[in-house]
Ligand binder design. Structure first.
Ligand code: SF4
Ligand code: FES
Length: 236
C-alpha cells in the first residue's frame, strides 16, 4: 500500500526555517515506521536525518513523535495506526533540534550524570561478588528495562516548564540505585533528590509512564522515592 509521510525538516546550515516535507512510500502493514524512514532515505532523500541503530527497541535512539505521540520508530508498525496510512513525523519535543529528527540530548544525559548513575560501594568487596538482596532486586527490576530513549522526559510537562527539574528518566535511574542493597550512598542520594528540582518536582501527571516504550511504571518508582524521603524525615 501507499503511505504518506509528512516529516519535519530542519537544516540550519541551509535554511533557518523549519518546514514539513511530504513523501509517498510503499509499505506493508507489518513494516515498522523505521523501515519506512529507512526506505525514504535510501530511495528518495539521502539527506533526511534521524537516529536509529538496533531496530529492535534496545538502543533507545529512535524516539520521535509519530502522529502526535512520542514513540520508538522501530517499535511501531504501519498497521498500529488508524490514520488512513498518513503519518506525521516530528522530532522529540523539549530538546533543541539539530537537524530534521535529530535533537540535542546532551541536557538529558547531563541530568543522568547528575544522579551518579553507578553503584557506590566503599567497603572491601567480598571474595567473589557483591550480592544483591533478592527482595530489593524485585523492587528495582522494572527500572532496569530503561533504555534511556528520553521519551518520558521529552513528554513530561514539568520538564517543559522547569529546565532544572531532573526529569523522569534521571529520577528513575536514581531510584534504581537508592533501592539497590549493594549501594552505600542511598542517604546522600536521597538528600540530593529531596528538592523541587528532584523527586518533589514530579506532580504525578503520569505522562512519562504512559509513553514509556518499555512499560516502566516511572511515576510509581518516583513515588517510591518520595515515600523514602518522607520516611527519612520522620526518622529524624
Ligand atoms: S523510563 Fe522508559 S521512556 Fe524513560 S528513558 Fe527509560 S525507557 Fe525511555
Ligand atoms: S533503533 Fe534502537 S530502539 Fe529503535
Amino acid at each position: 500500500m501507499e503511505c504518506t509521510f509528512i516529516i519535519a525538516r530542519f537544516d540550519p546550515d541551509r535554511d533557518p526555517r523549519r518546514y514539513h516535507q511530504r513523501y509517498t512510500v510503499s509499505a506493508e502493514p507489518t513494516d515498522k515506521i523505521l523501515d519506512c524512514l529507512n526506505r525514504i532515505r535510501a530511495e528518495q532523500d539521502p539527506g533526511l536525518a534521524f537516529r536509529a541503530s538496533c531496530a529492535h527497541g534496545i538502543c533507545g535512539s529512535d524516539a520521535m513523535v509519530i502522529n502526535g505521540r512520542v514513540e520508538l520508530a522501530c517499535q511501531k508498525l504501519v498497521r498500529d495506526f488508524k490514520t488512513a496510512n498518513n503519518f506525521v513525523i516530528e522530532p522529540l519535543p523539549l530538546f533543541t533540534v539539530l537537524k530534521d529528527l535529530i535533537v540535542d540530548l546532551e541536557p538529558f544525559f547531563e541530568k543522568y550524570r547528575q544522579i551518579r548513575p553507578y553503584l557506590i560501594a566503599g567497603r572491601e568487596p567480598p571474595e567473589f561478588e557483591r550480592l544483591q538482596d533478592p527482595e530489593k532486586q524485585k523492587v528495582i527490576d522494572p527500572a532496569l528495562r530503561c533504555i534511556l530513549c528520553a521519551s518520558c522526559t521529552a513528554s513530561c510537562p514539568i520538564s517543559r516548564v522547569n529546565p532544572d527539574y531532573l526529569g523522569p528518566a534521571a529520577l528513575l535511574r536514581a531510584f534504581r540505585y537508592v533501592f539497590d542493597s549493594r549501594d552505600e550512598a542511598a542517604d546522600s542520594r536521597l538528600g540530593e533528590l529531596d528538592t523541587e528540582d528532584g523527586a518533589w518536582g514530579c506532580k504525578t501527571m503520569w505522562w512519562c509512564s504512559d509513553v514509556c516504550p518499555k512499560e516502566i511504571p516511572v511515576t510509581k518508582c518516583i513515588g517510591q522515592i518520595k515515600r523514602a524521603l518522607k520516611a527519612k524525615r520522620t526518622a529524624r
